[in-house]
Design a protein around this ligand. Structure first.
Ligand SMILES: Nc1ncnc2c1ncn2[C@@H]1O[C@H](COP(=O)(O)OP(=O)(O)OP(=O)(O)O)[C@@H](O)[C@H]1O
Ligand SMILES: [Mg+2]
Length: 283
């Protein structure tokens, strides 16, 4: 079981190394990186490359660890017991009202699966701690039925985080960590090539220069990332923007067309326009 990248996803050697290290160690791979640098897609691609189904658990601020294990649907049981006749056996059996969560499904799947716990930093601070034992020992108890659910096959676990909250040390100890660095120009070219195989070289070069100019602007609130570049390129192609519109004659920074795909708030746009203005007037 080794991950070697895929046709749809550009994985740098250090990323591949990290994926394989986590698989070898049988530990979850904790992936951090700027938004849009391919963290979620990594799990999808590794699962596909290794021929495993991917089970996804997208975390929100209200998500509780217990929901990943199971939930006891007491309300339905109460309702059924009121509606059902006396001889109804199914209401008596509490197991009929236990709803399996993603972890349970991953633990008891017939074949080894990949499990994505996406954006773990969205949940409250207790969430990672509440899953320590489950992810470590790959088992948990169902109190209502006094059952022990144990993983038949250990899932390959991916955990992503955007760094909105710090994760507890005890949790970090159990993971293999990888930070997806923002792609350099060469890697970015390879990524664009995956999405737009036929793109003209000159257009790509001009677009990338514009893109990195915008990104390297000091003081930006939100730097555009890979997915924004891809959106922007899609627009450039769809709108048939001529390459001249991306090149300024005097090699100075200019506001690129359709800049709304790259800059997502008015302060950043103003900052950028100011810079362009100052350059034009040599101040
Ligand atoms: N290495 C890559 N190879 C190919 N496409 C990529 C790569 N990295 C990013 N992309 C593109 O960027 C898009 C965004 O990636 P993805 O949703 O995985 O980012 P993310 O890191 O999970 O972002 P967020 O933190 O906002 O959830 C993908 O749909 C894909 O089109
Ligand atoms: Mg994501």
């Amino acid at each position: 079981m080794k991950f070697q990248g895929s046709d749809a996803y550009v994985a740098t050697p250090d990323l591949m190394l990290a994926v394989n290290a986590a698989i070898t160690l049988k530990r979850p791979l904790l992936v951090k990186g700027e938004p849009g640098t391919g963290k979620t897609m990594l799990a999808e691609q590794v699962a596909q490359a290794l021929g495993m189904p991917l089970m996804q658990w997208h975390i929100k601020s209200t998500t509780k660890a217990q929901q990943g294990l199971y939930e006891y649907d007491a309300v339905s049981r109460l309702r059924d017991s009121q509606l059902a006749g006396k001889g109804d056996e199914s209401v008596k059996d509490i197991r009929n009202y236990i709803v399996k969560g993603v972890l349970w499904q991953a633990f008891t799947a017939e074949q080894p699966v990949a499990l994505l716990i996406d954006e773990i930093d969205k949940a409250d601070i207790e969430f990672p701690n509440d899953l320590l034992r489950e992810l470590d020992r790959m088992e948990f108890h169902v109190y209502e039925t006094r059952e022990l659910v144990k993983a038949v096959h250990r899932p390959v676990v991916f955990i992503t985080s955007n760094n909105e909250k710090e994760l507890p040390d005890a949790f970090l100890r159990r993971c293999f960590f990888h930070y997806i660095k923002f792609p350099d120009a060469e890697t970015m070219r390879a990524i664009v090539d995956v999405h737009f195989p036929g793109l003209k070289k000159e257009l790509l070069a001009a677009a990338l220069k514009n893109f990195y100019d915008v990104r390297n602007l000091p003081g930006l609130k939100k730097k555009p990332s890979t997915s924004e570049l891809l959106d922007w390129l899609k627009l450039l192609v769809a709108e048939d923007i001529p390459i001249e519109a991306l090149q300024s004659k005097d090699d100075k920074v200019a506001v690129p067309p359709l800049v709304g795909a790259l800059l997502k708030n008015e302060q950043d746009v103003t900052l950028f326009e100011k810079l362009v203005f100052m350059q034009r007037h040599n101040r």
